[in-house]
Ligand binder design. Sequence first.
Ligand SMILES: [Zn+2]
Length: 172
Amino acid sequence: MGTVDSLKSETRSSSVLLPENSNSRQSFSRKSRILHSAKIYCLSVGKRFILYVVVAACFILAFISLNSKLSFETYDYSKAEFNWKYDPRSKGLVPYDNKLDDYNILLDAHSHTTSSDGRLSPKQLVDLAISNGYNAIIVSDHNTISGGLKAEKYAKEAHPNDIIVIPAMEYS
Ligand SMILES: [Zn+2]
């Protein structure tokens, strides 16, 4: 019974104290509400900030990769020279099938010049083939035979004993 009395008195005393403290309680709950909404706001701003950083990083990476690719694409080969000659037989290169005896043709069967999307002129392409030991190439530009004809003309005039050029065209 004594505990019930003390509980009652506590309840009574708190109910008596409540009106005196109601102002500070209200301001406290308003503060906590403001703090709570500030916390939510900060969290959402933080999330958004992280999202922006990730998106910006993606854009920067895309830009860097695209830029390096573009700078690679625009590399100027117009002054490139291939003024040496390599004979693969001098390195003891043997044919895959010995029954065929010594090979006498090393053919690049697919090449492009500046007449389509290649980076080398017909002359440069012929020089490159000779410098790498080829003695026959098929110049097969996209939808045009002009690169192949130019390469053939140059090869016949400048390197008649070094290389055979077969003009061709790649339909695409
Ligand atoms: Zn091709």
